[in-house]
Design a protein around this ligand. Structure first.
Ligand SMILES: Cc1cc2nc3c(=O)[nH]c(=O)nc-3n(C[C@H](O)[C@H](O)[C@H](O)COP(=O)(O)OP(=O)(O)OC[C@H]3O[C@@H](n4cnc5c(N)ncnc54)[C@H](O)[C@@H]3O)c2cc1C
Length: 482
């Protein structure tokens, strides 16, 4: 191991949240920041790979160089391969580009210092909304937000909007408004003129010339190191070399699968489990990796003679009660290079599921993927809500498009996940992993600022909320929270 370098702050993971945190903290020239990203990086917009910027492509197929894949158990009898971004920009660099705020009532489940009134200024600060202005919207933030217009919708989207209106659902033109009451409308997206803007492009690239900000790509954190009960750095692997980097503060932004794994590899987590894996216990934290939530999604495949042209994946959504109906604008094999599933699909997402999952270690090897168990469909209430969604699609679309029939269990046969995994190291009450400033309870100088920190998955896609959390988290770390 080479001799330790020292900085003020280490940020682990240059994904949606880590890019924001590193960029915001390095605004103070007296604060030296080192960002470690396990995947590839880029130093200018011209270096960013085209499939990351092109919103018509989801670069998560079998050959993708930009993802980490792991086997996830959705139910005890259904295992799927699931991808997350492993590249500067993280999952936000490879995602569907749908960028919507959580609902005000979602924050009832958050600590009181994270009320909707507390977070609204940060939702506004992060965005440049091209379509709406006024007190609920931002016009000067790094993330562009725009929506599809009626005259530029894909044929599949148009067909779905017509069917939803015929079925009596109300128009919902501004889904980011706190007053939105659900219904059919264009989904806000971090896509502008066909380009998917991830947080590394929006936040990090403009900060790249700062002398106090270093971005190390291909650098995988192996564990946090400590001086007593204070975090004092990180051990990292880069190529063949292993190095120890010292810092006053360590901020974990490795995403909701790798962050709990990293905590457990560092000896912070459920004591018995860590001992079983041969890890010496620093602090018994029973809830690390436990109780995460995500949105189960069941797909209805259907046939159309002309399944449309090349498009970004999703243009409108329909919100009904706790369901989000997603008429994907193009068949998945057109969007995901190397994917075999070809028919167009309407997804039914359950946005307030009761199921809770957990993440445990398979081994103490940091290169190993952890075991992710979702426990979807365990409650009757989740099963009946999803079945009701399938029935609704049948009623709405039955006369419009021939819907696929599924042999066997109608839910299990179509079950997937929205890839919105959240809350694997949640903030909350005294027993929670994090306090309401996202500090790991019981350890000084160690923070978690990514989707692991959410108390529960929001009832909308998490990406905009992830960036809001990172914006506000950076202010909490530097003591300037609004
Ligand atoms: C395919 C896909 C589609 C999605 N579509 C949408 C959508 O349309 N709308 C929406 O709202 N949400 C969507 N999501 C979810 C959303 O993108 C994520 O919730 C969000 O980006 C997570 O942000 P994060 O910062 O928590 O983690 P990530 O963005 O995943 O960042 C984690 C980063 O840490 C790095 N890392 C991990 N371990 C280490 C380590 N040990 N050392 C150094 N670096 C490490 C990773 O390489 C990665 O870059 C999608 C997710 C996926 C995967």
């Amino acid at each position: 191991m080479s001799a330790a370098r020292a900085v003020d702050v280490i940020v682990v993971g240059g994904g949606s949240c880590g890019s924001v945190v590193a960029a915001r903290l390095s605004e103070d020239p007296s604060c030296s920041v080192m960002l470690l990203e396990a995947g590839s990086g880029f130093g200018s917009l011209g270096d960013v790979p085209q499939d990351i910027l092109d919103a018509r492509i989801l670069p998560i197929g079998p050959q993708s160089a930009w993802v980490d894949t792991y086997r996830a158990e959705l139910t005890p009898s259904l295992t799927r391969t699931v991808a997350r971004g492993r590249v500067l920009g993280g999952s936000g660099a490879v995602n569907g580009g749908y960028f919507i705020r959580a609902r005000p009532s979602d924050f009832d489940a958050w600590p009181t210092s994270w009320s909707f009134d507390d977070v609204l200024p940060y939702y506004c600060k992060l965005e440049n909304d091209m379509d709406f202005s006024g007190s609920f919207h931002g016009d000067a933030g790094p993330m562009p937000v725009s929506r599809v217009t009626e005259d530029s919708m894909s044929p599949l989207t148009e067909m779905f909007v017509d069917a939803a209106r015929r079925a009596g659902f109300a128009d919902d033109p501004d889904k980011n408004s706190p007053r939105s009451a659900g219904g059919i409308g264009p989904v806000p997206r971090n896509i502008f003129r066909g380009v998917r803007t991830n947080a590394a492009v929006a936040y990090l690239l403009p900060a790249s010339s700062r002398a106090n900000l270093t971005v190390l790509d291909g650098a995988r954190a192996l564990a946090v190191t400590f001086d007593g009960m204070r975090a004092n750095g990180v051990t990292l692997a880069r190529g063949q070399s292993v190095e120890h980097l010292r810092a006053d503060r360590v901020i974990l932004c490795a995403g909701s699968v790798r962050t709990p794994q990293l905590l457990m590899l560092s000896g912070i987590g459920p004591a018995r489990h860590m001992v079983e894996k041969g890890i010496s216990v620093k602090l018994d934290h029973p809830r690390v990796g436990r109780g995460f939530s995500d949105h189960p999604e069941v797909g209805v495949y259907y046939e159309l003679s002309d399944p449309s042209v090349s498009r970004s994946p999703i243009e409108v959504v329909l919100h009904v009660d706790d369901l989000e109906i997603r008429p994907y604008s193009v068949p998945f094999d057109r969007m995901i290079p190397g994917l075999a599933i070809g028919d167009p699909m309407i997804g039914v997402g359950l946005m307030r599921p009761q199921s809770r999952g957990d993440i445990t270690l398979r081994t103490d090897d940091p290169a190993d993927t952890p075991l992710v168990r979702y426990r979807y469909l365990e409650t009757e209430s989740d099963r009946s809500a999803l079945s009701a969604g399938l029935g609704m699609i049948g009623d709405m679309m039955g006369g419009v498009a021939p819907l696929a029939t599924v042999v066997g269990d109608p839910l299990l046969g179509r079950l997937g996940t929205s890839l919105h995994l959240s809350g694997s190291c949640a903030m909350g009450d005294d027993g929670s992993v994090l306090d309401d400033s996202c500090r790991v309870r019981g350890i000084d100088g160690l923070y978690v600022l990514d989707t692991s920190a959410f108390p529960v998955v929001p009832t909308r896609g998490p990406h905009a909320t992830a960036i809001m959390l990172a914006e506000r988290g950076a202010d909490l770390v530097r003591g300037t929270v609004a």
